[in-house]
Design a protein around this ligand. Sequence first.
Ligand SMILES: Nc1nc2c(ncn2[C@@H]2O[C@H](COP(=O)(O)OP(=O)(O)OP(=O)(O)O)[C@@H](O)[C@H]2O)c(=O)[nH]1
Ligand SMILES: [Mg+2]
Length: 220
Amino acid sequence: MHDLRVEVGYDVLQANEALAEKNRRLLDGFGVTGFNIMGAIGSGKTTLIELAVEKLGDKYGIGAIAGDIVADIDADRFRLHDIPTISLNTGRECHLDAHLVEHAIEQMPLDNMDILFMENVGNLICPTDYSLGEHHRVVVVSVSEGDDMVKKHPMIFKTCSLVIVNKVDIAEAVDVDADKMADDALGINPRIGALKTSKITGEGIDDWIKFIEVNVNARR
Ligand SMILES: Nc1nc2c(ncn2[C@@H]2O[C@H](COP(=O)(O)OP(=O)(O)OP(=O)(O)O)[C@@H](O)[C@H]2O)c(=O)[nH]1
Ligand SMILES: [Mg+2]
């Protein structure tokens, strides 16, 4: 019984990986760079995408997928920026998967896009094993989650090229060491890039924008 469960899980992940590869090839064909933005609930994923759209929207065609259990709240925030947006509600599932994203990108104007932000469901565990067809994986944590948050959820940090420690403007108020959170991520994955950011002070936002641009331009 136990073996059967393991095999089923493996098959599901294999099938997802095949679909993710199909999505990636589709994005490649249109020269679109995909970013899978993962992270804890309320850590600032939507905010960081909005800031990127504000700074890069004149220069690049940007589209967004808003993944949530229910509701269109994040999708509506993206739509306010006048970018093509698809809302994906997962129901009881705590992550997006390649099949959902396949249907979303079918509806997007890929020929007018350079960047696709895929905001995953707020969760540091479930999205880890499910590739969406992205080119880059970013994980957002914030100081308000406590400075042990990274060490408690090591797997997701192993799969990402960038960790963003957000809301550093309130680090002192919540008595959390943002540097420790970044160092913990580097301890888990020495190749990960680490940024500390704040929408309030603007700290690190230029580096976030630079990360996006460098990776988009590298694929042109
Ligand atoms: N103080 C502070 N608040 C922030 C910062 N970034 C985001 N917030 C606030 O944190 C709250 C959650 O931000 P969102 O961007 O919605 O977070 P999210 O990760 O998209 O949330 P979910 O999609 O619900 O998981 C909002 O009230 C933001 O205004 C920051 O740098 N500093
Ligand atoms: Mg959000």
